[in-house]
Design a protein around this ligand. Structure first.
Ligand code: TTP
Ligand code: MG
Ligand code: MG
Length: 432
């Protein structure tokens, strides 16, 4: 029985015929992401070299002045935009459009140095809010098509194509095309996708045809398409490991594959050596992990100068209340409630103290958080000045989940603290 089910699960009906299902993992990465987001706002810059870097507000204001009467941002003349050659400062480039990359300009390069290579490039600041908005949007589009998606940062994700309709056709190309098209139609942004037997190879493959490309790689392509690549292309082989490999005469992944596993272990240690051997042979069975639920949410702040609980009482109190309100806002915005409320302090001698307390019913209420965190504060020493103060809410549940909406459990409303208690050193009295 079990065997029969396995077989059935390993097969998919495609175009009327039954074909074996093979593991298809995609890696999708947005093209020149921060720069592309700016080009949506200023479409007149399409096709021009543009770099992202430098401070934000000043540039915005300078450009805004050039919006013609009754016009929009798209009507600002190209000549009005600041150029790299006029940049003075120590900023580095966050990213560059593909026309700018032609000049050798790219991420992490100093702006003054880049100005020598491409003085005519337009410089724009990053708008993080806008970037985050598009990041959420493109990920939402993907999830609607292929629900097993792993968020890998602002502009990239892994997607498990294996059991998604279209995920097997042309090795995944059909589904990749659909995703690319859907993202472009909704946002105007392009991305590149690699589809491969696993995450490791998919990540490399997404770079093969950038920008706006799709690359499909099969297990049998290992020798021809992966082995000629430099070792540095393996996600996880950083500059240090790469340098050491080079010293040992190993430049390409193929050369790495030619090394004895034991030799790699002798040179790089057990875990890294064994891992290098596996990746060189294209082996990686890490699953695509969909969004993990947050364990806690917290806010903390390091003060500009150390603050003392008595001497700086008002200032500290205001910051504390603000942190509690911010955590409450985070919880509410993300749709969570929590039960364990805690504080974290760092003293001027860098020692850290934490305390927490569990309340009877789930909350995302700033006042409840403030009150409970205040109780926690009374349980730590406040004799030394403080460098940092943090507030955390843990034991989270979705605000609309059954456990969160269940009637309040019996009791006093406050439970015993969950951490080992030190005797309360109440130097603050009712300060908090
Ligand atoms: P990347 O995906 O590395 O680069 P990219 O999207 O700009 O270009 P590509 O087409 O080659 O993928 O990074 C995504 C965004 O993250 C990028 O637009 C800017 C930002 N970023 C940084 O803030 N710092 C960095 O060091 C890098 C590399 C990127
Ligand atoms: Mg990118
Ligand atoms: Mg990226």
């Amino acid at each position: 029985m079990a065997h029969g089910r396995c077989l059935a699960a390993a097969r998919a009906r495609i175009g009327g015929s039954v074909t074996d299902t093979i593991r298809r993992i995609a890696h999708l990465d947005m093209d020149a992401f921060f720069a592309s987001v700016e080009l949506l706002r200023y479409p007149q810059l399409k096709g021009l070299p543009v770099v992202i870097g430098g401070g934000r507000r000043k540039v915005d204001e300078a450009i805004m002045r050039h919006v013609p009467e009754g016009g929009t941002l798209a009507d600002i003349p190209v000549e009005a935009f600041p150029l790299l050659k006029d940049y003075v400062g120590r900023g580095v480039i966050t990213t560059a459009t593909y026309p700018a990359r032609v000049f050798g300009v790219g991420s992490a390069m100093g702006m003054m140095k880049a100005a020598k290579l491409c003085p005519q490039a337009i410089v724009l600041p990053v708008d993080f809010d806008e970037v985050r908005r598009f990041s959420r949007q493109f990920k939402g589009i993907i999830r609607d098509i292929a629900p097993i998606m792993e968020d890998r940062g602002v502009d990239e994700v892994y997607i498990d194509f294996t059991d998604v309709p279209g995920g097997q056709r042309e090795g995944g190309r059909v589904l990749a095309r659909l995703i690319q098209k859907s993202i472009f139609e909704a946002t105007g942004l392009t991305c590149s996708i690699g589809v491969a037997p696993n995450k490791l190879i998919a990540k490399m493959a997404s770079e093969f045809q950038k920008p706006n490309g799709i690359s499909v790689v099969y297990e049998s392509d290992l020798q021809t398409r992966i082995w000629p690549l430099p070792c540095r292309k393996v996600n996880g082989i950083g500059p240090k490991a790469d340098e050491k490999l080079k010293r040992l005469g190993i430049e390409t992944i193929g050369q790495l594959a030619g090394c004895e596993r034991e030799w790699l272990i002798a040179n790089f240690g057990k875990a890294t050596g064994a891992w290098m051997h596996e990746v060189a042979w294209g082996r990686d069975n890490r699953p695509v992990v969909t969004e993990s639920e947050p364990v806690s949410m917290s806010r903390e702040t390091t003060f500009e100068r150390d603050l003392h609980a008595v001497r700086d009482r008002a200032e500290l109190g205001a910051i504390f209340t603000h942190l509690c309100e911010k955590v409450a806002e985070d919880l509410q915005r993300k749709g969570y409630v929590g039960k364990t409320i805690g504080i974290k302090l760092r003293y001027d001698d860098f020692k850290i103290a934490t305390r927490d307390q569990t309340v009877a019913s789930f909350t995302a209420d700033g006042k409840v958080i403030r009150q409970t965190a205040g109780h926690c504060l009374r349980r730590v020493s406040l004799e030394r000045p403080l460098r940092l103060l943090g507030v955390r809410v843990g034991t989270l549940a979705k605000a609309d989940s059954p456990e969160a909406t269940a009637p309040m459990s019996e009791g006093t409303g406050l439970r015993t603290p969950s951490r080992a208690r030190t005797k309360a050193q109440d130097t603050t009295g009712s300060l908090f």
